[in-house]
Design a protein around this ligand. Structure first.
Ligand code: SF4
Length: 232
């Protein structure tokens, strides 16, 4: 198998010339480009159609994703599915993945507590994400959370300042938009109900804004141009 070594990522061996996600995922299972493979159960690669008009990128797999080997299958995935439905985005036309493919965690009693990946771990995994983007060829990329957004916009990116804005996506896609990670919304549940409702609505509107840059197959997006007629 031909492999690509990036000058900046000499330890990453990503198959080149393939848009076969199964082949990429199989190759990623052998990846030891950073230490995260040591404690994780398995690589969690992305899922969805190829090509796909919309690609959603989170931070890393969670506990449930690590065990199942599939992205966004836990509570955050359920919240994401509900938000996509509220924005009338056809879930079956969306590709979902993470910036980092192995679950980073530390023990806390009987639980495995999520740990934020470092910049070097995110950079180590970047070759796999770029290979996925090349295979999926999305029209719009939605970054779920600051970690994914920083892959494209750099470490200075702040979700609080630049959330919900359709940016030029070259060379990865036509447009890129960053919004909340659904896990952040989950953490707000049980707190200030008004604030949770406001953020949840903003999340849906952000997804709808991203959808306004996409041509879904035989689907009309209810929130197309939503920002001109509704406020978050
Ligand atoms: S997190 Fe990414 S770069 Fe690190 S070992 Fe896993 S697949 Fe390789």
């Amino acid at each position: 198998m031909d492999e690509k070594r990036s000058p900046s990522l000499p330890h990453v061996h990503v198959p080149v010339g393939t848009e076969d996600l199964a082949e990429l995922a199989a190759a990623a299972q052998r990846c030891q480009a950073c230490d995260l493979y040591r404690r994780a159960t398995q690589v969690v690669f992305g899922e969805g159609p190829t090509p796909a008009p919309m690609m959603l990128i989170g931070e890393q797999p969670g506990d449930r994703e690590d065990l199942s080997g599939r992205p966004f299958v836990g509570p955050a995935g359920e919240l994401l599915d509900d938000a996509l439905d509220a924005a009338e985005i056809p879930r079956e036309q969306v590709y979902v993945t993470n910036a980092v493919k192995h679950f980073k965690w530390e023990p806390r009693g009987k639980r495995r507590l999520h740990m934020k990946p470092t910049t070097s771990e995110i950079n180590a995994c970047r070759g796999w994400l770029e290979a996925e983007i090349a295979a999926v060829r999305p029209e719009v990329i939605v970054c779920l959370g600051a970690t994914a957004a920083q892959v494209f916009f750099g470490r200075a990116f702040r979700l609080t300042q630049s959330r919900g804005v359709l940016e030029d996506g070259a060379p990865w896609a036509s447009r890129i938009l960053a919004t909340f990670h659904p896990s952040a919304l989950l953490r707000m549940k049980g707190g200030d109900e008004g604030e949770y409702t406001r953020v949840r609505r903003a999340f849906t509107l952000d997804l709808a804004e991203a959808a306004s840059a996409v041509s879904f197959r035989s689907t009309r997006v209810r929130y197309r141009g939503a920002r001109s007629s509704a406020s978050a």
